[in-house]
Write a protein that binds this ligand. Structure first.
Ligand SMILES: *[C@@H]1O[C@H](CO)[C@@H](O)[C@H](O)[C@H]1NC(C)=O
Ligand SMILES: *[C@@H]1O[C@H](CO)[C@@H](O)[C@H](O)[C@H]1NC(C)=O
Ligand SMILES: *[C@@H]1O[C@H](CO)[C@@H](O)[C@H](O)[C@H]1NC(C)=O
Ligand SMILES: *[C@@H]1O[C@H](CO)[C@@H](O)[C@H](O)[C@H]1NC(C)=O
Ligand SMILES: *[C@@H]1O[C@H](CO)[C@@H](O)[C@H](O)[C@H]1NC(C)=O
Ligand SMILES: *[C@@H]1O[C@H](CO)[C@@H](O)[C@H](O)[C@H]1NC(C)=O
Ligand SMILES: *[C@@H]1O[C@H](CO)[C@@H](O)[C@H](O)[C@H]1NC(C)=O
Length: 450
């Protein structure tokens, strides 16, 4: 019966290597505890250095597979007061999940993590890791070979972004925001075909936003703004990101026009481009963003009128266009956006009347049109949706009386009308509103009593 011999041999070899491997794992956990916990601390008290396998599998935060190999470490929220991850992490050759978030860890991220053959989920967020993210040891060396999720948000990491690329076919979540990474976004990120989440916000990145990122057909969320200082503008190719739901490129020095191609992002619910140096007109093609709920283009250098295409944005709840150079009217269609809650268009060059039906057809909460050249009367139905909290009309050329309906608006807590030209007396009810904590009527040209 020849087959028995090899089988027997295999099982003996198998068990030998399994126990060698578990001894290695226990050793690694012992080294990890020493690196994480000061001798004086009581943290990880159940991590007994003398434990014999498989006792290590019941250490708090440790999980093992059937062969008592460590596959998961989760130390979330254990305050380890400046501990570090030791290089011996490399001994944990079956580790799939490493979650050490909000542990007050410091020091560098050990380069040996990049070699772990099974590491799929790496969550290092909310610590004090410093220095660079591990780089590849050399051509052909393993570099996070099966990684699916990396979250290093909110640390002190610096240097170039990790050079992930075509080899990382499983990487679907990459969050490196809130660090000090510098240099450009790698073109190779365009080869991360499984990527669904890209967070590079709040770093010190520079260079152009690569147009090739348009190849990320599974990408749902992209956050690349805040403190990054990019050259150039928004690549029109980003309009090809067919799965995109959230795009936040605020406050990252973008120049040039808003590409009309962005209007193709039919699944987009959030488009944040505020606090850049974007110029030119708002493309009417953005009317194609049928699922858009939040649009913020405030604090740019946009010119022209509010385009008619935006009438198609029937899911819109927030429209921020303040601090630009927009002219013309606030179009009547704005009053017909059925979900609109927040309309802020202050500090532009807008003229004409406020839309007569404003507030009538939507749950309007906040209206700020200050510092424009608006004329005409305050629309009578601002409070009709029953949600109105803030009305700021100051520094315009509005006239006529303050509608009684506004004065009786029970939800109102802030109203500013200064430096605009109202006539008639201020309705007494305005001063009786329960929530009103900020009522600025001074400097108004009102004939009545104040
Ligand atoms: C690793 O984490 C993922 C996501 O939280 C989970 O689905 C998986 O079961 C974990 N695997 C191990 C070995 O802990
Ligand atoms: C890690 O542990 C924390 C606290 O016990 C738990 O809330 C979280 O879901 C765990 N995460 C993973 C990935 O296992
Ligand atoms: C990082 O370290 C600083 C100074 O040592 C400390 O104040 C801060 O709480 C730490 N932050 C985290 C997230 O551990
Ligand atoms: C990483 O851990 C933090 C804190 O526990 C959690 O909020 C975050 O969702 C985790 N990241 C991923 C990608 O699961
Ligand atoms: C991380 O950066 C912050 C802000 O620059 C700094 O206050 C803190 O001391 C740094 N922490 C470490 C451990 O370097
Ligand atoms: C807006 O909707 C109208 C009517 O459905 C359509 O004809 C027009 O092409 C749309 N505009 C944009 C920019 O999507
Ligand atoms: C409004 O238009 C005038 C005249 O064209 C221009 O001088 C001024 O800078 C504009 N203001 C804004 C905020 O765009």
């Amino acid at each position: 019966m020849p087959p028995l011999v090899p089988l027997l041999l295999l099982s003996v070899l198998g068990s030998t290597s399994a126990s060698a491997s578990t001894d290695r794992h226990v050793n690694a956990l012992v080294k990890l505890k020493v690196a994480l916990v000061p001798a004086t601390s009581n943290a990880l008290a159940d991590w007994d250095p003398a434990a014999a396998p498989p006792a290590h599998c019941s250490f708090s935060g440790v999980s093992c597979d059937a062969a008592a190999r460590v596959v998961g470490i989760n130390l979330t929220g254990i305050p380890l007061q400046g501990g570090v991850l030791p290089p011996e992490m490399a001994l944990l050759d079956a580790l799939e999940n490493l979650t050490v978030t909000a542990c007050s860890l410091a020091g560098s991220v050990p380069a040996s993590l990049a070699e772990l053959p099974a590491l799929r989920h790496l969550n290092l967020s909310n610590n004090n890791f410093t220095g660079p993210f591990p780089a590849p040891a050399g051509a052909g060396e393993p570099y996070f070979p099966v990684l699916e999720v990396v979250d290093a948000y909110n640390n002190n990491l610096s240097g170039p972004l990790p050079p992930f690329g075509a080899a990382h076919t499983r990487l679907r979540y990459l969050h490196l925001g809130g660090n000090y990474f510098s240099g450009a976004i790698w073109e190779s990120y365009a080869d991360l075909t499984a990527l669904e989440y890209l967070g590079l916000n709040g770093n010190s990145l520079s260079g152009r936003v690569p147009a090739s990122l348009a190849r990320l057909k599974r990408l749902r969320e992209m956050y690349i703004g805040y403190f990054n200082l990019f050259d150039g503008g928004i690549p029109p190719e980003l309009g090809e990101l067919d799965s995109l739901v959230r795009l936040d490129m605020s406050s990252c020095n973008l120049m040039g026009p808003i590409p009309p191609e962005l209007g193709r992002l039919a699944h987009l619910d959030t488009l944040f481009l505020q606090m850049n140096r974007l110029s030119g007109e708002i493309p009417t093609q953005l009317g194609g963003l049928r699922n858009l709920e939040s649009l913020d283009f405030s604090m740019n250098e946009l010119t022209g009128e509010i385009p008619a295409g935006l009438a198609n944005l029937t899911s819109l709840t927030l429209l921020h266009l303040f601090r630009n150079h927009l002219r013309g009217n606030i179009p009547e269609f704005v009053a017909n956006l059925p979900n609109l809650e927040v309309l802020q268009v202050w500090e532009n060059n807008l003229t004409g009347n406020l839309p007569a039906g404003l507030g009538k057809n939507s749950p309007l909460k906040m209206l700020d049109v200050a510092t424009n050249h608006l004329t005409g009367h305050i629309p009578p139905d601002l409070c009709a949706g029953g949600m109105l909290e803030v009305v700021v009309l100051m520094e315009n050329c509005l006239s006529g009386p303050i509608p009684d309906s506004l004065a009786q608006c029970k939800t109102l807590r802030r109203i500013r009308l200064g430096k605009t030209m109202f006539s008639g007396s201020v309705p007494a009810q305005l001063f009786d509103l329960p929530e009103t904590n900020m009522l600025q009527l001074t400097e108004d040209l009102l004939d009545g009593k104040l």
